[in-house]
Design a protein. Structure first.
Length: 204
């Protein structure tokens, strides 16, 4: 029965090649576009959802009016440093944790002459309480030490291979010796802090 259906369909396709090509091509393109849209929607809905506290985290934005035009920016370079202290002191009923963070930038990490250019940022100590860093080794508890550093899994692998990174000392930009206090799992691509290879204390 199914064999007869298949033969009939094949004959019709061969007999009407232009129409068959248009129909198959249209169906293929439609399915491909639908899949791409579905993947885009999934990526948007799951953005930053890796974090256990994603529905409780707020990013402060700054609104500025220039020549009658309003601009809203959440970039880290547009905030006065005392803002975090102000939020902790006078708005502590609204925020359990507050942390300033720089934007990520390229820096050189050096371990015994092995140098790698990695993406990193400086953050205040509450950062590790706000964001769910999955620690693979060591701990983020000692992160308040200004001469400490947290490494992502890929960065630790590049610097130390299969060896233990915790407790080792690396140089940042050939100047600051920093002790590795922990290694965290690399953050997913669909997150604000994707491709962050290391985190340093704000006090540094």
């Amino acid at each position: 029965m199914f064999k007869n259906y298949f033969k009939t369909a094949w004959r019709n396709l061969v007999k009407n090649k232009p129409a068959a090509f248009i129909n198959i091509a249209g169906l293929s393109i439609g399915m491909a576009v639908t899949m791409l849209i579905a993947l885009w929607i999934w990526d948007e809905l799951s953005f930053d959802n890796y974090n256990e506290n994603f529905n409780k985290i707020a990013q402060i934005a700054r609104k500025e009016i220039t020549n009658g035009n309003a601009y809203v920016s959440s970039g880290n370079n547009h905030f006065p440093i005392p803002l975090s202290l102000e939020l902790r002191t006078n708005y502590n009923n609204l925020f359990k944790h507050v942390a300033l963070a720089t934007e990520t930038g390229k820096h050189v990490l050096d371990f015994n002459g092995n140098k790698f250019s990695e993406q990193g940022m400086y953050v205040e100590k509450d950062f590790t309480s706000i964001f769910s860093l999955k620690m693979l080794a060591g701990s983020s508890a000692d992160f308040s030490n200004p001469n400490s550093i947290l490494l992502g899994k890929a960065a630790a692998k590049a610097l130390f291979g299969d060896g233990n990174a915790v407790g080792q000392v690396v140089k940042l930009d050939n100047t600051e010796p920093l002790k590795v206090s922990g290694v965290f799992d690399d953050l997913p691509d669909n997150t604000t802090f994707a491709r962050t290879d290391f985190i340093c204390p704000w006090s540094l």
